[in-house]
Design a binder for this molecule. Structure first.
Ligand SMILES: [Zn+2]
Length: 292
């Protein structure tokens, strides 16, 4: 029997002006959701190239968060950063121009982090993300550059104290330990790094001290249930809802986290464990959720 009556947070959710936007947030609220972590959705076709462009794009995500708070009544935290898919394509397009293209790509990336951090400093954003590495085959050059920029971002996160949401390649066993080693090298505490789109194995042996934000499709529950007792750092749940008019309901629909939370509760998971996933851990990572 379901007992959990506490808050419900989706740790990775996108909204688009040309998508369902507030209606998607309303679906989440109606299903029992209380808090969204709204992650900036880039214009994949034409991401900004300079700091002013990045600031303008981020300002619109901050404005959407405000609209969700005011008209849907949810708590919303905001995560801003250069999406690896948008930026890797920019790198690819520019680095064929050689050294100038390469420094232009680096400049665009670093200025997008600068812009994101300025929103955090003003209290309008709560973490940097999603950043990471391309999750499709790329040239060695692009791979190396992506790793270099990721390392630089971790170094800043460690120094400046913000949390990071990472989007990295799929199910390789090497991914978590590699990221953990990189974080250690760069002086970023492992428990300030959230792995978004995480596989459901949340055991500490698998996550190496990083925080898994589990993409909670139907098939994820058995493994999550099996491993959560060994999740020393805890875990969060997410849909990676894209609000993409061309792919409605992708990656997972807006009602999914409330629904899985109910199922976990019905399967006998303690309220305390769910409260930690939906309240304590997001609070420690991002600070308090902001309401209208
Ligand atoms: Zn995403």
């Amino acid at each position: 029997m379901s007992t959990y009556q506490g808050p419900i947070t989706d740790d990775h959710f996108h909204l688009r002006r040309d998508g369902r936007c507030l209606a998607a947030a309303e679906d989440f609220a109606r299903a029992g959701g209380t808090d969204l972590v709204l992650v900036h959705c880039p214009d994949f076709a034409a991401p900004p190239t300079d700091e002013a462009g990045h600031k303008a794009a981020y300002a619109d995500t901050v404005a959407m968060a405000e609209e969700v708070r005011a008209s849907v009544g949810l708590g919303v935290r905001v995560v801003l950063g250069p999406h690896p898919a948008a930026f890797a394509h920019q790198f690819e397009a520019w680095t064929v121009e050689g050294e100038t293209g390469r420094s232009r790509a680096i400049e665009s990336y670093t200025s997008s982090i600068d812009a994101a951090v300025s929103f955090i400093e003003e209290g309008q954003a709560h973490a940097v993300g999603e950043v990471g590495r391309p999750h499709w085959p790329v040239s060695e050059d692009i791979w190396d550059l992506s790793n270099e920029l990721l390392a630089w971002t971790m170094r800043r996160a460690g120094r400046e104290g913000f949390a990071l949401q990472l989007h990295v390649e799929g199910e390789q066993a090497s991914t978590y330990p590699e990221l953990a080693a990189m974080a250690d090298r760069e002086g970023c505490p492992r428990d300030r790094i959230v792995r978004h789109y995480a596989p459901p194995d949340v055991s500490a042996a698998s996550t190496h001290g990083l925080i898994p934000s589990v993409l909670c499709g139907k098939g994820s529950l058995p493994v999550l249930l099996d491993t959560m007792a060994d999740a020393r750092q805890g875990f969060m749940l997410e849909t990676d809802h894209m609000d993409d008019p061309g792919r409605p309901g992708a990656v997972l629909g807006p009602k999914t986290v409330p629904k899985r939370t109910r199922q976990l509760s019905e399967a006998g998971v303690d309220d305390e464990v769910l409260y930690r996933a939906h309240v304590d851990l997001p609070e420690r990572l991002y600070g308090p959720s902001i309401r209208a």
